[in-house]
Design a protein around this ligand. Structure first.
Ligand code: HEM
Length: 438
């Protein structure tokens, strides 16, 4: 059985520096020169990089027998416990079966008025000529939306405290995944003390929401209702907390980044923005959107899809090999980690003509796609993103609200670089200027 090619042939400190400076270009060079699969020796460990949708399909189809979530998920579990994102096997299956119905389009329909209202109020408070720092603002906006949908009726203090904790939790996870050596969290370092304080406070905040809901004793149409139906609020409080934190972490930064890049790319493509404006300018209310079948939002849909292709918020999926496998004629031994690099797949010229051109029209006819896994912003297989419909509604509604009220102009002409951590964060501030339309 063959072994996969290594990139580069001779690993050196210089190469590792190149990787650290620009990981995406480094990985692109690896697949261009050595094909897929290719072995990478990176500062965080040894990986096998894949860049072929058929190979992705194989990993997804053997997800329960041959692959497990990557080693990094152990760090994620320090904050999220054993929720839907981090659990495995039968435990994951049972959770997914219980939670899936709440993310059905018909259920999400109930959340749309609040989503519309939040986006509407937010854009109404912006003024003509204003500069908007997208990365920080979209983070705040999407956190408010998510918290409103998960736990209705919390006060402003709760929103800002939870935002603080989730931001701390995300950075804590990223830093641990990136460091080659880390102390166990019981060692009383300064960061660990902050981590324990954050977990205790988040626990108390969620506990209060659960107690309030028990007193209210009636459903209010949010995700906490669903969790309290499924789990016993006293005996299984930890499970409720884990799932709420999971949805906050999995749904927050992804949506914030998707909105940031979407508004950024529109600012840099005035003709596409104008075409989008023509489609949405007459939409005055949620009813006009007809979101259930998107019939009057065909161009908006294409723009969002292309934005998620061009800038996939989760740019890389990693799995640990539990049972050795053969991918593309190459032996992949147990213990290795495989990378399914979504960003490279979305920019692979064998599947996307002119991959580095932003062109929503490529989504006019889905049958043009050569392979269904050449496009996977929400992942694939059984662990496909449960919040994908929620995210798409959110992105559509917010984009419509922005574009119908403002012309979005770029503040800078230089390219914004990536800082690809768990998500495809921009390296620097992303700013636009808003000019009110008459
Ligand atoms: C644009 C926004 C979003 C993107 C691009 C995105 C992307 C993804 C991807 C690629 C995965 C698969 C990860 C893997 O296989 O390792 C995933 C899983 C997941 N996402 Fe999302 N997501 C988004 C929004 C959301 C939202 C809004 C929520 C919740 C409200 C959410 C909840 C989850 C959960 C719980 C999982 C784990 C599912 C499981 O393992 O069964 N996501 N997401």
């Amino acid at each position: 059985m063959n072994l996969s090619k290594a990139f580069p042939q001779n690993s050196s400190l210089k190469n590792l520096k190149v990787f650290q400076k620009d990981p995406l270009s480094y990985m692109n060079k690896a697949v261009t020169e050595s094909g897929s699969p290719v072995d990478l020796h990176l500062p965080m460990g040894d990986f096998v990089l894949l860049n072929d949708p058929e190979q992705f399909a194989q990993v997804f189809s053997k997800e329960r027998t041959h692959y497990a979530k990557s080693r990094g998920y152990k760090e994620i579990a320090l904050v999220l416990g054993n929720g839907l994102l981090t659990s495995e096997g039968d435990e994951w299956h049972e959770q997914r079966k219980a939670l899936q119905p709440s993310f059905h389009k018909n259920e999400l329909r109930k959340l749309l008025p609040a989503l519309w209202e939040t986006g509407f109020t937010y854009t109404q408070n912006l003024v003509n000529g204003q500069s908007l720092r997208l990365d920080t603002e979209m983070s705040r906006l999407t956190m408010t939306i998510l918290l409103n949908s998960l736990i209705k009726y919390q006060d402003d203090e709760m929103v800002s405290k939870m935002s603080e904790h989730i931001t701390f939790g995300q950075d804590f996870i990223v830093n641990r995944i990136r460091s080659p050596f880390k102390w166990p969290v019981w060692v009383p370092t300064k960061t660990h003390r902050s981590y324990h304080r954050m977990m205790t406070d988040a626990n108390q905040l969620i506990q209060k929401c659960v107690e309030d809901r028990k007193l209210l004793n009636k459903p209010v149409g949010d995700l906490l209702d669903v969790l309290m139906d499924h789990y016993h609020p006293d005996k299984e409080f930890v499970e409720i907390r884990n799932q709420l934190l999971t949805f906050l972490v999995a749904g927050h930064e992804t949506s914030a980044i998707a909105m940031t890049w979407t508004l950024h790319v529109l600012a840099h493509h005035p003709a596409i923005q104008e075409k989008l404006y023509q489609e949405v300018k007459g939409l005055k209310s949620l009813e006009d959107l007809d979101l259930m079948n998107y019939s009057n939002l065909t161009y908006t849909q294409k723009v969002i899809k292309e934005s998620l292709r061009f800038y996939p918020p989760i740019w890389n999926i990693v799995r640990l090999v539990k049972e050795s496998d053969n991918i593309g004629g190459v032996n992949i031994p147990a213990g290795k980690q495989v990378m399914l690099n979504i960003y490279l797949m979305h920019h692979n010229p064998a599947y996307w003509p002119n991959p580095d051109t932003f062109d929503p029209e490529r989504f006019t006819d889905y049958s043009q796609l050569k392979h269904k896994l050449q496009y996977l912003p929400f992942g694939g297989g059984g662990r496909f993103c449960i919040g994908n419909n929620f995210a798409l509604y959110e992105l559509m509604i917010l984009t419509v609200q922005f574009v119908r009220k403002f012309k979005i102009l770029p503040k800078r002409t230089e390219k914004v670089d990536f800082n690809p951590l768990l998500t495809l964060r921009p390296k620097d501030a992303v700013e636009v200027q808003l000019i009110e339309r008459n």
